[in-house]
Design a protein around this ligand. Sequence first.
Ligand code: PLP
Length: 417
Amino acid sequence: MNDLSMAKTAPQARFDVDAVRRDFPILGQQVNGKPLVYLDNGASAQKPLAVLDAMDRYYREMHSNVHRGAHTLGDRATSAFEGAREKVRAFMNAASTREIIWTRGTTEAINLIANGLAQRLKAGDEILVSQMEHHANIVPWQMMAERTGAKVVPVPVTPAGELDLDSFNSLLGDNTKILALTHVSNVLGTINPVAALVEQAKARGVITVIDGAQAVPHFQPDVQALGCDFYMFSAHKLFGPTGIGALYGRAELLEEMPPYQGGGEMIERVSFERTTWNTLPYKFEAGTPAIAEAVGLGAAIDYLDGLDREGMQAAEDALLVRANELVETVPGMEIIGTAKNKVPVMSFKIEGLHPSDIGTLLDQQGIAIRTGHHCAMPLMDFYGVPGTARASFAFYNTMEEVEQLFTALQKVQRLFA
Ligand SMILES: Cc1ncc(COP(=O)(O)O)c(C=O)c1O
């Protein structure tokens, strides 16, 4: 059963993965004497030349502070920066750039929202989250609950790693004020039926916050079609730079929320008697922003726009199909997260092996995966494991890499058998 050739063959993808890989210089290197096989894309994705070049060009040709309007470089920087905001707006299909706020990433965006919504909450109110949330979509709500007397209520998942919809229906009640849900689980790969759940929540006047961190690398969100009030993601998982992310918020709600941080840029007028806030989106953008990073994110979106998105998704799906076929070639291997609708993320355990040993031994063979609790301890508790090993694929991964992963896993398993 250890012979990979015995596995069924997955459908061939149309997507030209070799051409795409040439856009990612980091992928061409050797690690520990072996060609790098990068399967830790869920933690952070690699960057195409288009992003590196855009950031380099920004610093070489146009860097200055933004929104100061005093000179030509300032104008160039501002138009590059605001141009990137427009790209993010289009990417998420938001109605207006007023609804796109720059943040440091998903984590900061959720903290901003939790802070902003605190004034709406009172003791006894409930914030519905799921058991598959990343800590970034649990802890800010717990901190807010502590301040207000509200309660964080988790919706359980099924053993397959899908949201338990019966429990969702019974937990969504009169006390629910906020639904904070991940679009895609970073551990299980599950794609939650967000549009339907948001519709149910909205019918009860519940505010909906969707964590898109793991969705955007695989498909484009449409915030108007989803109907959610807030949606956020991090650029570094979308093949863009670290240190920046975007938050979509419905203008009406953003208008009524207090600012998150005080300082320059977010004010209209400051005096010791009374300070007033800037208009959207600047009210939430205190201080000098991450300008080059915004430009880099804009370049990442342009890069993705230039790819055959359908072909890319088909190729990613084919990687997961192949990986699932090969599971039986590794004795004692078990997948955690077998939802019907999932992105190419494969969490697994191998009987008798600690996830961190799997990670270390794969690294020696040039293969990068993630091991541990994946910032999802409540989910680990549900599955009764301290952690898992996780291979997360991107569109630049190849079938050969999937097969190399399994050949390496067979070796690892034999070492401990
Ligand atoms: C589902 C999910 N939400 C939130 C985050 C936090 O993202 P960041 O660390 O970029 O803020 C992650 C990161 O892995 C994630 O996977």
